[in-house]
Write a new protein. Structure first.
Length: 111
């Protein structure tokens, strides 16, 4: 867990949008141990989508893409998250994210 917090802290230092970007809820359900939120730069439209699984089991959620194209930036632990580079997923209205227990994935629209 320490490593996860350290990685998030480093990313926060490296990307000002993670400190100052506008906060937007993207997914929350009381019966799920997963949640997602975005930090958005209002000037450039760049976005970081943070998806967390705080549960003890792998879970899947769908997050509305809102016309944006996300690319996977990092995960913790280093887990295999299916690529969203395929045309079907990129054209889809929703991003499907499956994460193992106690993990997170960070996506971005920035180049």
């Amino acid at each position: 867990m320490y490593q996860a917090i350290a990685q998030l802290s480093e990313l926060r230092k490296q990307y000002p949008i993670l400190r100052r970007g506008q906060y937007q809820d993207r997914f929350y359900q009381a019966d799920k141990d997963m949640f997602a939120f975005a930090r958005v730069d209002p000037e450039t439209g760049a976005e970081f989508l943070m998806v967390f699984n705080s549960g003890e089991q792998a879970q899947t959620i769908n997050v509305t893409q809102e016309g944006k194209h996300y690319r996977l930036m990092t995960t913790w632990p280093d887990v295999v998250v299916p690529s969203i580079e395929d045309a079907a997923q990129a054209a889809s209205a929703e991003l499907t994210v499956t994460l193992p227990r106690l993990s997170y994935a960070i996506y971005t629209t920035a180049s």
